[in-house]
Design a protein around this ligand. Sequence first.
Ligand code: XMP
Ligand code: MG
Length: 179
Amino acid sequence: MHNDIQEVLFTQEQIEAKVAEIGKQLSEEYEGRNPLIICILKGAFIFMADLVKQITVPVEMDFMAVSSYGTSTRSSGEVKIIKDLDSSVEGRDVLIVEDIIDSGLTLSYLVDVLQRRNVKSVKIATLFDKPARRTVDLKADISGFILPDAFVVGYGLDYAEKYRNLPYIGVLKPEVYSS
Ligand code: XMP
Ligand code: MG
C-alpha cells in the first residue's frame, strides 16, 4: 500500500468485479442501441477504460473536461466546461460516465447542458457516490459503491493531481493534507 494512504476502502479486485457488473447491466440496458458514452475527465478515465471493455453493444466515446475542485477538497459550486465534446449529441442516447458524485452540482449542470442540446436520452453511471453530500436533487442511474463522507483517492481520483494511478480507492492520512 502507498505510504500516504490510511485505509483502503475498496480493493482492486472489488472494483474489478463491480465494473464488470456495471458493464453487464449497461449492455442489457442498451441492447439494440448505439449509445454515446461521455467520460468526464480527468477522474473518470480509468473507470471509462475498464468499463467500455465490459460493454457488448456497439458504442461511441467522447470526452469532456469540467472544472470543479482545483486542488482543494471542496466544490466551489461553479462548473466550467474546459474541454467540450467533439461530437454532436442531438438525438443520441447518451451515457455519462463519472468517477464520483458528491454535491451533484457538476452533473446536474452537465445533464442540463446535454438536454439543451436535444439528446434522446441521458443516463448517469458513477463508480462512487456520496448521496449524503447532495445539495441538489440528482440521482445516478447506476452507482457502483456508496461512500461515507470522506475524501478518497485512487482509481482515477486525485488529491492535487496525485494518486490517480493507485489501483484501489482509499483515504489519505490527515498529515498529507496539512503538509
Ligand atoms: P460534485 O460536488 O459536483 O463533485 O458532485 C463531483 C466532482 O468532485 C470531485 N470529488 C472528489 N474527488 N475525491 C476526489 O478525488 C473525492 O472524495 C471527491 N469527491 C468529489 C470529483 O472530481 C467529481 O468529479
Ligand atoms: Mg473529477
